[in-house]
Design a protein around this ligand. Structure first.
Ligand code: A2P
Length: 187
């Protein structure tokens, strides 16, 4: 379930009834798992106040680390998935702040890895699962080859200080509607 369903018309009833229907799908074996995307802490809190089955939630990358949201999810037992952990570099809505980061590149050069591998390893070490995409066989292989090294404390420290900025705002995709601006402000 995306954020839009829950905030639409600001009726928490909508969220409750949609989530109950999704829980029913799971109970009937029609869905293996049910989850949410782009939910903020307060939206998750509302959902968790009545959910029998807790959701999964997504979206973060080294340049938009969402530490508060991740801590919140961890405390509530909600798994986090990173969709576009490389910043969706070539997509219309993405940018080059992850793959073009000097800090990540410096770590990559020192470790004999690529910037993408350091970025994906960092996401993995945060306990977050990864949904990255490539049309290139070699880059797909490279993206899977991140399990034979660990980032050092010093490298993790550097990563934690990367400039943070939301890569894409919902307002830029959906227009400056009140609800959308409210969600952008909360993230
Ligand atoms: P390509 O398909 O040409 O490899 P995200 O997973 O954050 O949405 O990013 C996907 C983008 O990142 C795609 O444009 C993809 O391009 C590129 N990409 C994926 N893996 C790598 C990699 N290892 N090195 C450089 N670019 C990559």
């Amino acid at each position: 379930m995306n954020f839009f369903y829950s905030k639409k018309k600001k009726k928490s009833k909508d969220l409750k009834s949609v989530w109950e229907a999704m829980e029913e799908c799971k109970k009937l074996g029609l869905a293996r798992g049910i989850g949410v995307s782009n939910f903020t802490c307060s939206m998750l809190e509302e959902l968790l106040s009545f959910a029998e089955i807790p959701p999964a939630v997504n979206q973060m990358n080294p340049a938009w680390q969402l530490k508060k949201l991740r801590d919140f999810c961890k405390a509530k037992g909600v798994h986090v998935t990173a969709y576009s952990p490389l910043g969706a570099a070539r997509a219309k809505w993405g940018d080059n702040r992850v793959l073009g980061s000097d800090v990540i590149e410096e770590i990559a050069l020192a470790r004999g890895k690529t910037t993408a591998q350091i970025s994906l390893r960092w996401v993995y070490e945060q306990g977050v699962s990864i949904v990255t995409k490539s049309y290139n066989k070699e880059r797909m292989r490279q993206n899977l080859d991140i399990f034979d090294f660990c980032l050092t404390e010093e490298e993790l420290e550097k990563m934690s200080h990367l400039p943070q900025r939301k890569g894409v705002t919902f307002a830029s995709l959906l227009g400056p509607h009140d609800i959308v601006l409210e969600i952008d402000a909360e993230l």
